[in-house]
Ligand binder design. Structure first.
Ligand SMILES: O=C(O)CCC(=O)C(=O)O
Length: 290
């Protein structure tokens, strides 16, 4: 594996970098096995963006220890450490299974939610981990190398002002099509890319599903896409490592961001935790009676 510095140099130049063979065969099997029951419960997506032949499993980090380990994988966190401020958070964690017959997803970039002028540093960084081989025909992610550095005007000219994936003029759409490059990598590899990089899930013209999962990380001052402190039951969070809990949002960006009624949010995970608002209201009720 290349050094973190080499990977970062490629990331800065192209907006993405592939980490090949990061998972061994046994780990891939364990992830596939843990994921399958959740995939079996899922229906296809609700729109073209989620994908009408794509199944997604949200809050994946809360669905098994095997997924938690990937969220805090040292090779990935070494890159995120260099790109985001200390205290960065997990913003999204989902499995994405692109089934046969799926059409290409609209081109987009992942930190479009933050209304800050481009070009700019990415507010978030994304990973997509392959659980099946990624191929051009089989739904491999497609990226536009270098587009992480594009300004607003160029992005808007490409597919519409809002960055919501609507296509621009046909000639511009054709230009975008010509620039898309498929990420081809074996199962157990991942593509790491800037939240500013234009990309999409590819069409699946094969007869096999393309299983993958994506963890995304954001600056500690940015709102997370997924509300993990609500989606993942406390009893599961308690079993997680301190690092994963911190990434989910059980953490403070000094001095106050993320506080829980003036206290550290980790306190809410204690077995004997009682919400301080409830305590205060009970106290008020008692004092009104005397
Ligand atoms: O599944 C993929 O390859 C990409 C999906 C994606 O970019 C997204 O859903 O935001």
């Amino acid at each position: 594996m290349d050094s973190t510095d080499e990977l970062l140099a490629r990331y800065h130049e192209h907006g993405f970098v592939i980490l090949q063979g990061i998972l061994g065969g046994a780990e891939i099997d364990a992830l596939r096995e843990a994921l399958q029951p959740y995939l079996d419960l899922e229906q296809a997506g609700r729109n073209d963006f989620e994908g009408e032949r794509t199944r997604r499993v949200y809050s994946l980090v809360g669905r098994g220890e095997v997924f938690e380990r990937t969220v805090e994988h040292p090779a990935v966190l070494a890159l995120v450490d260099a790109l985001l401020q200390p205290g960065y958070l997990l913003t999204a964690s989902q499995a994405i299974c692109i089934d046969p017959g799926e059409t290409p997803q609209p081109v987009h970039y992942d930190d479009v939610f933050y209304p800050l002028a481009r070009p700019r540093p990415a507010v978030s960084v994304s990973t997509i981990w392959a659980l099946d081989d990624f191929t051009a025909a089989g739904g491999g992610t497609e990226v536009i190398p270098g587009s992480h550095a594009w300004g607003d005007e160029r992005v808007a000219a490409s597919y519409g002002k809002t960055g919501d994936g609507k296509t621009g003029a046909p000639s511009q759409a054709a230009d975008i099509e010509a620039r898309l490059v498929p990420v081809e990598m074996p199962a157990g590899s991942l593509v790491f890319f800037a939240g500013t990089l234009l990309h999409r899930g590819g069409a699946n013209r094969t007869t096999a599903s393309r299983r993958a999962f994506s963890h995304q990380y954001c600056e500690p001052w940015a709102r997370q896409q997924e509300n993990f402190t609500l989606s993942i039951p406390n009893e599961r969070v308690r079993r997680m490592s301190p690092r994963v809990r911190q990434l989910l949002g059980y953490s403070i960006l000094p001095p106050f961001m993320g506080q829980l009624a003036g206290r550290h949010p980790e306190k809410s995970l204690a077995a004997d935790y009682v919400n301080s608002l409830v305590v205060d209201d009970e106290e008020l009720e008692r004092s009104e009676k005397v």
